[in-house]
Design a protein around this ligand. Structure first.
Ligand code: FES
Ligand code: FE2
Length: 352
């Protein structure tokens, strides 16, 4: 199977698209882990995700029609119940035919909506769903009223490069140097504590970098210390929570494999600070664009399959990511409990 060597992690939730892109009786398409999907919303408002391929002859089901309940294939008119994928009708059958229509299924995946995204649980081809599919990720918010905004950008990279780029602490002063964030000359030695958490690691709660203007402003405003907690968990989720007194800011970035040479960052942030969405988006977009431009340049070099290095301590989180991924696959293969690549809390040092 070509999927098996693309370095994807199956049996996890991935965001397929924004909720608002799935409306009415329109069928939308997306690709996750090289699987083409057709998504839609039933008349009752429930989103669904099917493999965008008719089980009869493989034509994309997205060329068919959707009546709010069933998807009708454009080729021979087979109809499938959208949420279960179960075949409801094969128009060519006569009363003499023995084929059990209800035993035919179109490929379909569990689908949930949170934080403005349609999430799809990508279980590996040919495997059964676990009895209890875990809940899809949800952004943590700490008050009833808050602002929220979403951004995304595509990276012409393998998922692993997308993720290690996301957790890389040493590129900041070079890629994101700017007057409002930090000056390149402000590079200084940092010490950060990390601890293992299930399927990932946490940068222990700490007071963020004193050379970042926004944190200094926040501290001045509330008069209370600012703490940041950053988590990474498999397969692809980085969350960051910043608190100062009653004020909070919470964000999540996921890097989702579309194909082996393409991934997408979906970034959602919510906060109850007096920070207008428009201003935040201006800065966040610039940040993402800087990362994207860098990854485009990197992809140029990676075409030639160079040998690469992971150095201590700045690339240690990247090493943990590869360790987590390998150990998860190993535990799935053997059925043994997953071994965490960290034995306990670790303090890392780098200059950034
Ligand atoms: S290909 Fe879909 S019904 Fe024949
Ligand atoms: Fe970056």
């Amino acid at each position: 199977m070509p999927e098996s060597d693309a370095g994807f992690l199956w049996d996890f939730w991935y965001p397929a698209m924004r909720s608002r892109e799935v409306r009415g009786k329109r069928l939308a398409t997306a690709m996750l882990l090289e699987v083409p999907l057709v998504l839609g919303r039933t008349g009752e408002g429930k989103t669904f995700a099917m493999r965008d391929s008719c089980p009869h002859r493989g034509i994309p089901l997205s060329y068919g029609r959707f009546d709010g309940k069933t998807v009708e294939c454009s080729y021979h008119g087979w109809r499938f119940e959208a949420c279960s994928g179960q075949c409801m009708e094969i128009p060519s059958l006569t009363s003499q035919d023995k084929l059990k229509v209800e035993r035919v299924f179109a490929g379909h995946y569990p689908c949930e909506e949170h934080d403005g995204y349609v999430w799809v649980y990508m279980n590996a081809a040919g495997t059964r769903l676990p009895e209890q599919v875990p809940a899809a990720p949800k952004l943590s918010v700490s008050s009833e009223r808050f602002r929220i905004t979403h951004l995304d950008c595509e990276l012409p990279s393998h998922i692993d490069h997308g993720i290690i780029g996301l957790m890389d602490p040493a590129h900041g002063p070079f890629v994101h140097a700017s007057w409002f964030w930090r000056k390149r000359a402000s590079i200084h030695e940092k010490e950060k504590k990390f601890e293992p958490i299930p399927n990932g690691f946490r940068m222990s709660p700490h007071t963020p970098s004193s050379n970042s203007a926004p944190y200094r402003m926040l501290q001045k405003y509330t008069g209370e210390p600012v703490t940041t907690t950053i988590d990474f968990v498999l397969p692809n989720i980085r969350t960051e929570e910043i608190r100062s007194g009653k004020l909070w800011f919470s964000s999540r970035a996921t890097v989702t494999p579309v194909r082996r040479d393409l991934c997408r960052i979906d970034f959602v942030a919510a906060w109850n600070l007096l920070l207008p969405v428009t201003i935040f988006r201006l800065f966040a977009k610039k940040f993402l664009r800087q990362d994207q431009e860098t990854m485009i340049l990197q992809a140029e070099g990676l075409k030639h399959d160079p040998r690469l290095m992971l150095i201590d301590d700045a690339d240690r989180p990247a090493k943990w990511y590869f360790g987590l991924k390998a150990n998860l696959l190993e535990s799935r293969r053997t059925g043994a409990v997953m071994v965490h690549p960290m034995n306990g809390p670790v303090t890392l040092h780098w200059r950034s």
